[in-house]
Write a new protein. Structure first.
Length: 307
């Protein structure tokens, strides 16, 4: 059974209380991970899968049984994941330096692992747009942290946000002006793309970025000049998702922070462990699942994840 505790909410704007259902509290659904990332709700299976990156495995929590089990092991250090328009799981692999897709029969194949002749760095987070194109970030964490991948070189000399079209195999560098792009999510109408820069995460000199930037997206899926959407404090926006109203729900070290579409911070939900990433799910899409260090948590909301 979930371990439930009172839900502490630090509200900074009256709109925040309208988004949270405090009756059920903060629920710890299970644990056993080393560092949790990439949660994904599987609607056809009534379950959440997520990455234990250093453990090199994928964990599964079943809403039917309430149990946490190992979904797959020896998975080459997977990180973020999403569903494509056909309901297949698309996953970022640090170890393979690739974006993969898992078919309904369980077979997994690499979709893209090169930009021209150069290998990708270590794809980190991924989303799929309404046209079926796959957008993903490519920072260096899987090749500079031995416990999260394999040591390697940055072969194309940057850290980009890419757009990949599975039907044609076309890979385009959509955003090239960020230090280390990490989490990403579209606004509900797909006219804005939010991308976090977490280049401060591994630095000890106090430098680097810890912000979410936003880019206007035109009808041909081109991104305009970016601007700062929000400065994250404490921590970084390792991973985030957007709800149906355009609010951004992001990790931020010791909590989940929520930002209105205009970048105003509405409030925070403290979590007992360092937060890695979040996703919406549950039967009606209103449950927020939080991947935090060793554990998976759940908060009931009064909104739904953007489709």
């Amino acid at each position: 059974m979930p371990v439930r505790e009172a839900l502490e909410v630090l509200s900074e704007d009256p709109r925040f209380t309208e988004l949270i259902d405090r009756r059920r509290g903060l629920e710890r659904l299970g644990g056993g991970a080393t560092w949790s990332e990439g949660p994904l709700w599987l609607p056809g299976e009534n379950a959440v899968i997520w990455s234990d990156i250093p453990g090199n495995r994928i964990l599964r929590w079943s809403a039917t049984t309430g149990e946490v089990t190992v979904d797959r092991a020896d998975v080459e250090f997977t990180n973020g994941r999403t569903l494509d328009r056909q309901g297949r799981v698309v996953t970022c692999s640090h170890g393979r330096r690739a974006v993969e897709r898992t078919e309904p029969d369980g077979t997994t194949a690499v979709l893209v692992d090169r930009f021209g002749e150069a290998r990708l760095n270590s794809p980190n987070d991924v989303i799929v747009a309404s046209d079926g194109a796959i957008w993903f970030t490519d920072p260096p964490y899987g090749i500079v942290q031995p416990h999260e991948g394999h040591p390697g070189e940055r072969e194309y000399g940057g850290h980009y946000v890419f757009r990949f079209v599975p039907d044609t195999g076309e890979l385009t560098a959509a955003i090239v002006d960020m230090e280390e792009p990490n989490g990403l999510a579209f606004s509900p109408d797909e006219r804005r793309l939010h991308v976090s820069d977490t280049s401060s995460a591994l630095r000890t000199d106090g430098g680097g970025q810890h912000c979410i930037r936003v880019y206007d997206v035109d009808g041909d899926w081109n991104c305009g000049d970016g601007r700062v959407f929000a400065e994250i404090d404490p921590g970084v926006a390792d991973g985030f998702r957007v709800d149906e109203h355009g609010n951004v729900w992001t990790s931020s070290a010791d909590s989940v922070q929520v930002y209105a579409p205009d970048g105003t911070r509405l409030g925070r939900i403290p979590v007992p462990e360092k937060v890695g990433n979040v996703c919406f799910g549950g039967p009606d899409g209103s449950e927020l699942f939080i991947a935090a260090t060793t554990s998976l948590y759940r908060v009931r909301t009064r909104t739904r994840g953007a489709v």
